[in-house]
Design a binder for this molecule. Structure first.
Ligand code: NAP
Length: 305
């Protein structure tokens, strides 16, 4: 089986190339329950294409790449993920996240590849008082959320959509790295306590996406680490995992953010992993576990010469 991963230079793309290639991503679990499935025994050739190798906004380049490589599966991780910057440049957001996905879907259709598209909790408005199921009606609030939902609509019905949330990995910028950087300066840290979600670690997520790629399971899947917290709770847990004092973090409301963020965020980002659960497939571990592992590998990488 040959697999092409777009956006392979990003935090998820990097770990997905590792997981598909049979390597344990940095901060991942050896013998991950979630990856111990049938498709894992299929020999795989994995091609990771980062932004410089394949720009998904370039239709001709996408068609030529998929024609030349003839992958069985395209795992489409490439996206413009700068949520606030997307508000100021909707054309770039839609060119990358929506049209880029149309290009991938068109080329995959032409050459018979299965598409696995990574989407987001931001397709919901966060107003529900319960976790969102795969069958809930999306209603994005931000340009980023609209552009990612537009990407979902470009896919053929047999494709796979993986919606995830609050993504953190060893290769890229994310909330864990931000908190550790801010914590290296003195003083209090302020994070909002009125937005809740499930932090999700690419080293864990990549295992499930790897299974969905190899088994070509169609439809929408919500895939997150289990458990929920606010950004305030998450920041405190990052400090605790790093051996720092979690009480350095102070809770504020979204309305108190100064300056306010350009993009509105869902207050409730919690995704019920209903389809995985109903299929009887293993769920990802609790987010605290993934966080402990990520903080450990980040600490080790700063200590090594
Ligand atoms: N981060 C989150 O919290 C989060 C939450 C839910 C869902 N997701 C989704 O998860 C997926 C992976 O996200 P991530 O956290 O790994 O993001 P990431 O680290 O920003 O990775 C995205 C990658 O896509 C690349 N890219 C941007 N424009 C491109 C283009 N036109 N053509 C090809 N590649 C392009 C970026 O390269 P450059 O940096 O070189 O431009 C980057 O390496 C995305 O689909 C994202 O929408 C992310």
């Amino acid at each position: 089986m040959r697999l092409l991963v777009t956006g392979a230079g990003g935090q998820l793309g990097h770990d997905l190339v590792d997981a598909l290639s049979g390597r344990v991503p940095l901060g991942g679990l050896r013998g991950n329950r979630a990856t111990a499935r049938l498709g894992e025994r299929v020999p795989k050739e994995v091609i990771g294409a980062d932004h410089s190798r394949l720009d998904v906004t370039d239709r001709d380049a996408v068609v030529a790449a998929i024609d030349g490589l003839r992958p069985d599966v395209v795992a489409h991780c490439a996206a413009w993920t700068a949520v606030d910057a997307c508000e100021g440049d909707p054309d770039r957001a839609f060119a990358t996240n929506a049209l880029g996905t149309r290009n991938v879907a068109e080329a995959a259709r032409r050459f018979g590849a299965h598409v696995v598209y990574v989407s987001t909790d931001y397709v919901f408005d966060g107003k529900a008082d319960r976790p969102y199921k795969e069958w809930d009606e999306p209603c994005p609030m931000s340009v980023y959320g609209h552009s990612k939902l537009a990407g979902e609509t470009e896919l053929d019905p047999g494709s796979t959509i993986v919606r995830t949330s609050w993504v953190c990995g060893a290769h890229g910028s994310n909330m864990v790295r931000t908190v550790l950087r801010l914590a290296s300066a003195k003083g209090a840290l302020k994070f909002v306590d009125d937005q809740v979600g499930s932090p999700t670690f690419t080293a864990d997520l990549a295992g499930v996406i790897s299974t969905l790629c190899t088994e070509h399971l169609p439809g929408t899947f919500h895939v997150t680490n289990q458990g929920t917290t606010s950004w305030y709770g998450f920041a405190g847990a990052v400090l605790a995992a790093a051996g720092d004092d979690p009480s350095r973090v102070e809770p504020i409301s979204t309305a108190q953010l100064d300056p306010p963020r350009p993009a509105p965020r869902p207050a409730n980002s919690v995704l019920d992993n209903a389809v995985l659960r109903l299929h009887g497939m293993p769920l990802l571990p609790d987010w605290h576990e993934g966080l402990e592992r990520l903080v450990k590998v980040l600490a080790e990488s700063t200590q090594s010469p």
